[in-house]
Design a protein around this ligand. Structure first.
Ligand SMILES: Nc1ncnc2c1ncn2[C@@H]1O[C@H](COP(=O)(O)OP(=O)(O)O)[C@@H](O)[C@H]1O
Ligand SMILES: [Mg+2]
Length: 271
């Protein structure tokens, strides 16, 4: 089932240059799709259009079977969660608990159910020991985990990560990635849209969409997109490390075609 469909969507901030330029795409429910592109390619604008925070100048956005409009935006937005880049901008509450509670209060979840829900989602992101702590004292990765708990507690059908790991150290990045993988396992119906300029993160997705100057320039499985290095270089992107390494080994005559993960590569090299 198609959960999100854009048909010929354009958007301009200044009424002159299209920052999103006649974009059409569709995403199936339950897929994990990465949207990659260098800085300024239009990724965040696209996310804001999907959330109805910006209104397309032309074209239509359909979420489930409803066209996004003034009339449907409130309802549709409730079904989409987003985690932004800057962990410090995601917090409203004075404790982690308040923060996860915030969205639930907005949704009028009865108070007696709240505590259980907060705990359940804090556990999912391994932050249950921090519920009474102040968000400002957490690491970037922990902050993003709390933000994810808050979003997940709302039971969205679509979750968008807009550069959610860009400001994190490698450990923080890894943790968020693991949570995303876990989310996927636990909620097969959840659609994940991961927006990133870091091509390494697109690695595990079902599909990769490459955006450049507000247009989709490539689309396919990671395997397919990462086999087209010349095209990626043209839009200021490059291959993930494993693909580069693998290609170098193939060139040297090693049979590593089927290795697609860092772990697989390490195992091969150790042998
Ligand atoms: N609020 C804004 N007003 C005017 N121009 C903007 C605004 N936000 C983004 N832009 C411009 O739109 C283009 C796409 O930006 P953005 O969607 O943020 O790209 P990305 O998320 O891929 O880095 C850039 O040229 C950027 O400068
Ligand atoms: Mg952006």
């Amino acid at each position: 089932m198609e959960i999100l469909k854009l048909v010929d969507v354009s958007y301009s901030y200044d009424g002159k240059k299209n920052v999103i330029n006649h974009v059409s795409l569709s995403i199936e429910a339950g897929k994990y799709v990465s949207i990659i592109g260098h800085n300024g390619s239009g990724k965040s604008t696209l996310a804001k259009l999907i959330l109805g925070l910006l209104e397309a100048a032309s074209g239509t956005i359909t979420i489930f079977d409803k066209v996004l409009s003034d009339k449907t935006v409130r309802e549709l937005r409730q079904r989409i969660g987003i985690v932004f880049q800057n962990p410090d901008n995601q917090f409203i509450g004075s404790t982690v608990r308040d923060d996860i509670a915030f969205g639930l209060e907005n949704r009028c979840v009865p108070h007696e159910q709240m505590e259980g829900i907060i705990n359940e989602f804090a556990v999912k992101v391994s932050m249950e020991e921090y519920l009474d702590k102040e968000p400002s004292n957490l690491s970037g990765g922990q902050k993003q985990r709390v933000a994810i708990a808050g979003v997940l507690a709302m039971h969205p059908d679509i979750i968008i990560f807009d550069e959610a790991t860009a400001m994190l150290d490698p450990k923080g990045k890894r943790e968020i990635h693991e949570i995303a993988m876990q989310m996927r396992k636990e909620n097969p119906g959840l659609t994940i849209i991961s927006i990133t300029h870091d091509i390494e993160e697109a690695f595990d997705s079902d599909e990769v969409i490459v955006l450049n100057e507000g247009q989709i320039v490539m689309r396919g499985t990671p395997e397919n997109v990462f086999s087209r290095r010349e095209e990626l270089l043209k839009v200021e992107l490059d291959l993930p490390f494993v693909y580069k390494m693998r290609n170098a080994l193939i060139k040297e005559g090693y049979d590593v075609k089927d290795i697609k993960t860092v772990e697989g590569l390490v195992a091969f090299l150790c042998r």
